[in-house]
Each structure stands twice: as C-alpha cells, then as structure tokens.
Design a protein around this ligand. Structure first.
Ligand SMILES: [Fe+2]
Length: 183
C-alpha cells in the first residue's frame, strides 16, 4: 500500500520559502510526482540506481550545503543569494527521481521515462506546468553533470557544486582531470 507523502513534514525547509505561490508549487510538484512514482515508501527511493544512499537524505544534505555556501557568500563577500530560488530549486532538482527510478529487488532500476528523458527533465517540465519562475526551471534542467550546459545563475552554480560535494560523501569523487597539452 502506497504511503501518502507529507511533503512539508519531510522537508521543513519549505517553510523558509517566502513566496507563497512558490512554496505551494514545490509541495504540489512533489505530491504529483509521488502519486506517479512506482515506489510505495519514500524511504526506498535511492540517490540513484548506482548510489543506494537515501534520496531524501541527499536532498536535505545538498540544500544544507547550498544554504551554508549562501551564508558564506553573504558574510564574507556581501554577495546576495536569492534564498527562495535556492531552496525551491534545491528541493526540486532531483524530484524527477520519483518517476525516473523504480524498485528492483533490494535496489532500484530505471523506469521507461528514466531511460527516455535526461535526468531532471520531468522535474523541470512539472515546474513549468505549475508556473514556477524560469530561474527555478532552468536550475532543475541544468543541475546535472549530464546536462547539456552549466547553470547560469549564482543559485544554480551553488546547487551544482553542493550536489557534487554531497556525492563525494555518499559515493566518492567522480571527477578527474584531463590535461590538454598544447604545442
Ligand atoms: Fe540530480
């Protein structure tokens, strides 16, 4: 039996979003994709089929890292970060995993949609459909290293690196240097 999702209970960070419409949009998108998800318990959704760590814990950690980076940017450099965009995009950038993955024995595999579309596409599509700001939709679409390009906004760049930092903690460093030798 599928468990209902208490989105605000799961992610209390949502209440820090000042814009009410944005806050409601984040909740509605999580509810919508959870209703379509093949998982019965949110605790069973992994970070990816290759990374068994909890999807929800990864989301919390990425957002906490991003908010800490925003604090440092503001405290040391006076650089302002849009917290509404940061929190909303941080909570939505991986929401598509609910429909990209499916249970597969003790682990998880990819759904047809997960194989068909680039990671993040269905989250960005849901955000567009729900009328969320283009800044948030763009971050969702570009947050993955597999995306065609990097995020352009400060909030998107913070989330991008926070995401990769947390992957180091739960999986390992996936980055390597490629030295280009020029004559
Ligand atoms: Fe992601």
């Amino acid at each position: 039996m599928k468990q209902p999702l208490d989105v605000v209970g799961l992610f209390p960070e949502i209440s820090a979003i000042v814009d009410e419409q944005l806050r409601d949009g984040v909740v509605a998108i999580w509810e919508e994709l959870w209703a379509e998800s093949p998982f019965e318990s949110i605790d069973d959704v992994p970070t990816s089929p290759e990374i068994p760590a909890s999807h929800v814990r990864h989301c919390h950690a990425v957002l906490a890292l991003a908010l800490a980076a925003a604090d440092v940017f503001e405290r040391f450099h006076g650089v302002t970060v849009n917290r509404d965009v940061l929190i909303a995009a941080g909570l939505l950038q991986d929401v598509s995993k609910l429909v990209e993955y499916e249970p597969n024995g003790a682990s998880a595999g990819y759904t047809d949609a997960g194989r068909r579309y680039p990671h993040g596409f269905l989250g960005a599509h849901a955000a567009l459909t729900h009328g969320l700001p283009p800044e948030v939709c763009e971050i969702i679409l570009t947050h993955s290293p597999t995306a065609a390009r990097f995020p352009t906004s400060l909030e998107g760049k913070i989330l991008y690196y926070a995401d990769q930092l947390d992957v180091i903690a739960i999986f390992g460093d996936r980055w390597y240097k490629m030295l280009l030798v020029t004559k």
